[in-house]
Write a protein that binds this ligand. Structure first.
Ligand code: SAH
Length: 360
């Protein structure tokens, strides 16, 4: 077991099993050994490649989507927030096209990047040094971001938010925890007692034995916070991630990835990325309760095609799709159903009064 694993083992020894949410928080964000706190995980040599790192087209088109919604809402003084910007690539590509198309945007809209990792914050500062925008940083989404119309982008951010897992047993729904095995290593274990039934939504009533229910309290709380600002002040949010819509299954989705391969979740905490499928239906419901309108989720492929990725690819390939294998490959990777096109989805949160956003 690595150093962080040993520290988690000592914590469990002292206070008993911890929830998966607590385990994820430590594994991802521990200041000394946490996954995001200590490294730059992206890119071909890194642990995983995200859409903005695959192609500039992704950030450009999301930028156009934001510019369209901002224009549609009469170009207000506003704030553009990105949650978990990674290397800052998406924002760089978005601001470049927005600046070309609507230079006024850069004078009327402040940019705020929400990033927990000091390592990635430093890389973002570098990437965005010449963006021409007024950019600030925050370590979490906070009330200070509620004073103006809110335009928001989040790609592969919500999947990193901690989840809790519950399993249906003879004794009722029990929480799946991280505990210690006799040999001192980490293992999953269910709580001996069932949890209060109020924690499990009614639509899980008919679930079979051993079914999982996953929930991310941090994700739903954040969706609510964002939707409240958008409902009250205006704006638009586009949340892109891998996950499911109305058809939540009964399986579990917690996964670890290192060097572009699946890894054991518990074996080397902090050395692998840990994430879970995003429950888009739950985020959309939260947005509606907060008084905003939620659209989607739609597949990433459908969204990108609807907002012009094929035309953009043709332009980048100098007018001829099929003539530039690199651009063709990027396009296929982002939109084909057997690649990122359907597993990845997009949810939009809008004011009730705004028109339907492009692609939904
Ligand atoms: N959007 C980027 C990076 C995705 S990885 C891309 O598409 O390439 C997840 C990002 O969210 C990283 O930047 C990570 O450091 C950040 N992050 C994860 N959990 C966070 C949290 N709780 N608060 C703030 N940032 C977080």
């Amino acid at each position: 077991m690595n150093a962080l694993g040993q520290r988690i083992a000592r914590l469990i020894e002292a206070q008993g099993p911890i929830s998966i949410a607590q385990f994820m928080t430590i594994a991802l964000h521990d200041p000394q050994n946490g996954y995001y706190a200590t490294r730059d995980p992206f890119g071909r040599q890194g642990d995983f490649i995200t859409a903005p790192e695959i192609s500039q087209m992704f950030g450009e088109l999301l930028g156009l989507w934001i510019a369209h919604c901002w224009h549609d809402q009469k170009r207000p003084e506003a704030r553009l927030v990105e949650l978990g910007p990674g290397r800052g690539t998406l924002m760089r590509d978005a601001l470049r096209v927005i600046g070309q198309l609507m230079p006024e945007f850069l004078t009327k809209v402040d940019v705020m990047l929400v990033e927990a990792s000091p390592t990635l914050t430093a890389i973002q500062k570098d990437t965005l040094a010449k963006s021409g925008a007024n950019i600030g940083w925050a370590t979490q989404f906070n009330d200070g971001l509620a004073d103006k119309p809110l335009f928001l982008l989040a790609n592969e951010f919500f999947d990193a938010l901690p989840i809790r897992q519950f399993v249906k047993t003879e004794r009722g729904w029990c929480e799946r925890m991280v505990a210690l095995k006799a040999d001192g290593t980490l293992d999953f274990a269910l709580t001996p007692e069932a949890v209060p039934s109020s924690l499990i939504p009614a639509n899980r009533d008919g679930a079979p034995m051993d079914a999982f229910y996953e929930t991310s309290p941090g994700a739903t709380a954040l969706a609510q916070q964002i939707a409240e600002v958008i409902a009250r002040k205006g704006g638009a949010a586009l949340i892109v991630d891998y996950g499911y819509g109305a058809g939540a299954g009964f399986g579990e989705t917690l996964q670890a990835v290192a060097t572009q391969k699946y890894a054991n979740v518990l074996k080397a905490p902090g050395d692998a990325d840990i994430s879970a499928h995003v429950d888009f239906a739950a985020l959309g419901e939260e947005a509606r309760v907060a008084g905003a309108k939620a659209y989607g989720p739609v597949g990433q492929g459908d969204l990108l095609e609807a907002i012009g990725i094929v035309q953009r690819a043709a332009t980048l390939a100098r007018g001829q799709l099929g003539s530039n294998p690199e651009i063709d490959g990027q396009l296929e990777r982002l939109i084909l159903p057997d690649q990122m096109g359907t597993l990845f989805k997009a949810l939009a949160i809008m004011p009730v009064s705004a028109s339907t956003p492009p692609g939904f």
